[in-house]
Design a binder for this molecule. Sequence first.
Ligand SMILES: NC(=O)c1ccc[n+]([C@@H]2O[C@H](COP(=O)([O-])OP(=O)(O)OC[C@H]3O[C@@H](n4cnc5c(N)ncnc54)[C@H](O)[C@@H]3O)[C@@H](O)[C@H]2O)c1
Length: 257
Amino acid sequence: MKTIVVTGAAQGVGLATASLLAKRDYRVILLDLQPVDEHVDRLRGAGAQVAGLSGDVSSEPFVQQLAHWIAREYGAADGLVNNAGISLIAPAEETTAAQWQRVMNINLFGPFLLCRYLGAQMLARRQGSIVNVASVAGLAGVSHRSAYNSSKHGLIGLTKTLAAEWGGRGVRVNAVCPGWIKTEMDVADQGSGAYSDADIVNRVPMARFAKGEDVAEAIAFLTDGDRSGFINGVSLPVDGGWVADASWDSLRMRTRG
Ligand SMILES: NC(=O)c1ccc[n+]([C@@H]2O[C@H](COP(=O)([O-])OP(=O)(O)OC[C@H]3O[C@@H](n4cnc5c(N)ncnc54)[C@H](O)[C@@H]3O)[C@@H](O)[C@H]2O)c1
């Protein structure tokens, strides 16, 4: 049985991914700042092999402890999904240094730490698959998200670099780039009045939000060496066509008939 660590697994995309991978017979380690016990119990009740851990992905001592625990229990993880992340919506000229650093710490430094410590164990076994959860905000600019967008662009840069550095030693590193998803993150962002459902739905060629499950399926594909074994270093949009579409809004709306 393959062991995979999913960060940010208490809700949203992380929980959808952990649940799907558990169903596909992975042993899943759910990791989050928030408690995950309830989800671990439910998945175990359904027959899955899962474990839960609470901790901060941007804490090097925590990630080192996690790596020691994994080495002791399983030798190494076979997979890692760097999904934990936070949003920040603020004009660039009002973003504070502390806000910028916090976003970078969680969205970029955290994934680096997990790649560094769990990746080293994967390299020793010459096998592994890492999927980083970036965003369409890692592929193009979106106003009022300078820290978030920079962190996601950086995460795609990290993905490509590790793919180049580790591919020859059996460790693949890819990213998914979701469009807007109906999760707690979206509810909080919309709560600040930054945008509406209609803004998003009108912008997406497929005329809907992503679901956590859409993203989880793409992650599961990239994780599985039998299905994606020669895919390395890609940043896969899971966005209903958002980044492919340079149409102006009224033209897009006309295509909907
Ligand atoms: N929701 C969207 O529209 C959207 C779009 C594109 C990309 N994404 C990305 O997808 C990922 C998941 O987003 P989501 O919408 O499910 O978010 P969410 O806020 O619903 O869930 C994120 C989870 O990460 C956890 N987390 C936050 N900081 C952490 C830390 N330091 N250590 C450990 N866990 C931490 C939270 O507790 C939470 O459970 C994020 O990386 C996000 O940037 C989201």
